[in-house]
Design a protein around this ligand. Structure first.
Ligand code: ADP
Length: 323
């Protein structure tokens, strides 16, 4: 029988992490399980940096962005020796189980802990929507809305001055933030890893939109890590198209902000489920939302599911937005 659960957030912070923590703590209380919060991800686990959840007002913080327990990148966790020390810190406090909220890197850590005998459940915490066993990751919906609002503001000023904006958005290797924000803002061109475009392609679209069609603004939405130098890209595009262009990287504002209502609901349901599964003795499980329902997938399977291709959809959208 589980008596103590630890919770950690790992990898990039994401809005909704706090509401997930709150739900786990509350559901654990129902079962009479004590909860500990691990500071700064796997690094805190290794150091044994735990606080009792009762020390933090989770109700006051559950709708705030970021993660109140902190997160750090801790590559040393890939070493077995380090993970064994982390496990010993849990053992010292007689903590039976761990809920990890993070992206696919964090999932790997959770799986390896499971293999060492720690009961683990993983929740998909990343704004990138790059975990294929769930329709949505925690933080994605909030980030998407943040991007849409930002692009709308950028469009206002571009329109006023007859300009083009190349807007770079996050997503690591996943194009969902670029594609779906591009759909929601009517971006004239969406560029993702799956749908790469050359500088000539971009300049051609700009000329068609701004010169041939006489539009007052054009938005090119680009996923991060496609072009090494956004400034150089803008200069080149400007030279080839003859239209004044601005490059804007939305950067870390995409990570912050209060989680959307959908995010708060989803994390509450997943938080409850994680405790139910641990209570039943389950481990090595990743949770997600598919068709509005919480689903469980073994972590290795979750990491191996091939990402759905968005290539055709992106092409379809690019076509209609250029008409
Ligand atoms: P995310 O979880 O958002 O994908 P990272 O890839 O940075 O972010 O992973 C977060 C943390 O998870 C890392 O800093 C490290 O502590 C741990 N981690 C990542 N990959 C592994 C791995 N292969 N084995 C063990 N731990 C890992």
């Amino acid at each position: 029988m589980i008596k103590k659960i630890a919770i950690l957030t790992s990898g990039g912070d994401a809005p909704g992490m706090n509401s997930a923590i709150r739900a786990i703590v509350k559901k654990a209380e129902v079962h009479g399980i004590e909860t500990f919060l691990v500071k700064e991800g796997y690094s805190g686990l290794y150091k044994g940096d735990f606080v009792l959840s009762s020390k933090i007002d989770l109700d006051e913080n559950f709708a705030n962005g970021g993660t109140i327990i902190g997160s750090t990148r801790f590559p040393q966790f890939k070493k077995l020796k380090i993970r064994k020390i982390a496990k010993s810190k849990l053992d010292e406090k007689e903590i039976d189980a761990l809920v990890v909220i993070g992206g696919d890197g964090s999932y790997k850590g959770a799986q390896l802990l499971h293999e060492l005998g720690v009961k683990t459940i993983a929740l998909p915490g990343t704004i990138d929507n790059d975990i294929s066993s769930t329709d949505f990751t925690i933080g994605y919906d909030t980030a998407l809305n943040t991007i849409v609002h930002a692009i709308e503001k950028i469009r206002d000023t571009m329109k006023s001055h007859r300009r083009v904006a190349i807007v770079e958005v996050m997503g690591r290797g996943c194009g969902d933030l670029a594609l779906f924000s591009g759909i929601a803002t009517g971006s004239e061109l969406i560029v993702t890893k799956e749908n790469p475009k050359t500088i000539d392609d971009i300049a051609k679209v700009i000329k068609e939109q701004m010169i041939k069609k006489g539009k007052r603004s054009t938005i090119i939405t680009v996923s991060e890590n496609i072009f090494d130098d956004l400034y150089a890209l803008r200069k080149e595009v400007e030279k080839k198209s003859g239209i004044i262009t601005r490059e804007i990287s939305l950067s870390h504002i995409q990570r912050g902000g209060k989680p959307t209502a959908g995010e708060r609901i989803m994390t509450t349901l997943m938080g409850i489920k994680s405790v139910d599964l641990l209570y039943k003795g389950k481990s090595g499980i990743a949770l997600g939302m598919l068709n509005g329902k919480v689903v469980s997938t073994p972590i290795p399977e979750s990491l191996n599911i091939k990402r759905k291709s968005r290539k055709n959809l992106t092409e379809k959208i690019n076509k209609i937005n250029q008409i």
